[in-house]
Unconditional design. Structure first.
Length: 261
């Protein structure tokens, strides 16, 4: 983990209010592993004490990129940052995805821009599998071309039926899972908590592993403030708190104690 002043190289619209921010960060970018995140101080938002966490979408050649949606005051200010400006980053942070699947077929599942956390993993895994992307509308399904260019066929579901199958992303996943590959599967997912719980339950029922990137509100991003804690099963049969920013954000489904959200 390090702190770095990163220069904005590119800042552009993607679709439906989503933007891609590319930063020159030669100290942080080479150290990023799939599923890790950076904590960014939003420029021109001096009144804000807390940084904002963002999954790293891509990292190569001394640069990293993040995807985000204009969905609050912080991101509304961030969208005004221009190429040439610098932003303060801390990273890479957190425990990411394992970049192997033990000979099983990898299955990626993303809800909305949860796919941002899966792109580096799609590049790093030693074999290609299949990806399932879901969103409320077609505007929430991002970067399909990038995943397919890496050799990942993508199945899509949208709640309004504007792209792919109508319904939740679990619908095409369940249909595909009726005939799982002989060697079994290993799931990797990022998205809303309800979706992650559904993926974890399916993995446990099938006897597979599911690596889930949890979304909890973060304050410091480095494990000091304890605002992002999650209940995790303990070896003695009880449970304990772990920090999503430090021990996570990725946990295996059997580790997680789910409660009514």
């Amino acid at each position: 983990m390090r702190m770095e002043n990163a220069q904005i190289l590119e800042h552009r619209d993607i679709q439906g209010g989503y933007k891609r921010l590319v930063l020159r960060a030669p100290g942080i970018a080479p150290e990023v592993r799939p599923g890790q995140f950076v904590h960014l101080r939003v420029p021109h938002l001096e009144a804000a004490v807390l940084r904002r966490p963002f999954s790293v979408f891509d990292a190569r050649d001394g640069a990293l990129s993040i995807l985000y949606k204009d969905a609050g005051h912080g991101t509304a200010v961030l969208k005004g940052a221009a190429p040439g400006e610098t932003v303060s980053l801390i990273g890479p942070l957190g425990r990411g995805f394992p970049a192997e699947c033990g000979g099983r077929m990898p299955v990626l599942v993303a809800g909305g821009y949860g796919m941002a956390a899966l792109h580096l993993l799609a590049r790093a895994l030693p074999r290609r599998g299949i990806a399932f992307f879901g969103g409320k509308t077609a505007d929430d399904v991002l970067c399909v071309d990038e995943f397919e260019a890496l050799g990942w066929p993508v199945r899509i579901a949208t709640e309004d039926g504007s792209l792919g199958e109508r319904g939740l992303v679990t619908a095409p996943l369940d249909e595909w899972m009726k005939k799982p590959p002989r060697e079994g599967v290993e799931l990797f997912a990022c998205g809303p908590m309800g979706m992650l719980r559904a993926i974890g339950e399916r993995a446990i029922a099938g006897g597979w592993k599911a690596w889930l990137s949890l979304d909890r509100h973060m304050g410091c991003g480095v494990g000091a403030c304890l605002t992002c804690v999650q209940k995790i099963h303990a070896p003695d049969g009880g449970w304990t708190w772990q920090r999503v920013c430090r021990e996570g954000p990725v946990f295996e489904s059997r580790e997680i104690v789910w409660e009514d959200e």
